[in-house]
Design a protein around this ligand. Sequence first.
Ligand SMILES: Nc1ncnc2c1ncn2[C@@H]1O[C@H](COP(=O)(O)OP(=O)(O)O)[C@@H](O)[C@H]1O
Ligand SMILES: N[C@@H](CC(=O)OP(=O)(O)O)C(=O)O
Length: 261
Amino acid sequence: MEITNNCIVLKFGGASVSSPEAFSSIADIILHRKKMYKKVIVVVSAMGDTTDELISLAHKVNPNPPRRELDMLLSVGERISIALLAMALAAKGTEALSFTGSQSGIITTNDHANAKIVNVKPHRLLPHLENEKIVIVAGFQGMSLEGEITTLGRGGSDTTAVALAIALKAEKVEFFKDVFGIYEQDPKKNVQARLFETLSYQEAYDIMNKGAQVLHNRCVRLAEKNSLPLRVLSFERYLDEKLGTTIQDTMNSGHNTTYED
Ligand SMILES: Nc1ncnc2c1ncn2[C@@H]1O[C@H](COP(=O)(O)OP(=O)(O)O)[C@@H](O)[C@H]1O
Ligand SMILES: N[C@@H](CC(=O)OP(=O)(O)O)C(=O)O
């Protein structure tokens, strides 16, 4: 196993935390990566269908809920996950600390339900990372300059992970999915679809633009602008280093840090 001394962001989506037991499984993945990386930041999404269930709950109370209040409600899904993940790691004897998007310094526009990240100020995370503690951040949410809780649009946790990786100068982001990587088509619809080993940002972006929900398309553009390598791999077969898709530049284009996607 290659030992690096660096920083990595690990992103776990709703499919990887669809049951209480799943938190223990992904805690094992995180502990495996912690042996390789000094600084480990974990971004996690709401469990399974929680976000859909919260939207439907809101609509039972008000068929046209105020967008500000909907964001307040939806941000709860990811808060449940971060706390449960910290508890799962504690059950394995490892201290980890959970933080909401606003605590993590994810600063956004004030566009409720479709906010854009304008800056990342992860001051609160830094001392814990220096102390080599695992830091867990709620995906999909932030705080506007006006101090309001916002969400980034469906699938937005991927973009949280990329923005944090840029701010913390992480080596890469690993996205743990219920598929082995990015395919030419959804492998659940076409079992013959080819799995890509590597993709350029543009190729990945084109696949997302055709409607593949495997990565939030904003996160691909953001990674490209900052030359940040991305890897999409399976949360079940993560030990198989050859299995997965790497998205990176063919040449390092040397852009300055930007959060504009
Ligand atoms: N071209 C594609 N390559 C890989 N997965 C795809 C593609 N198009 C659609 N998908 C779907 O995207 C899903 C993404 O994985 P998932 O674990 O659900 O992500 P997350 O929980 O992070 O949102 C897969 O379940 C897969 O069915
Ligand atoms: N929970 C949010 C954000 C998200 O990114 O989820 P996932 O990582 O499961 O796509 C959603 O369902 O849209």
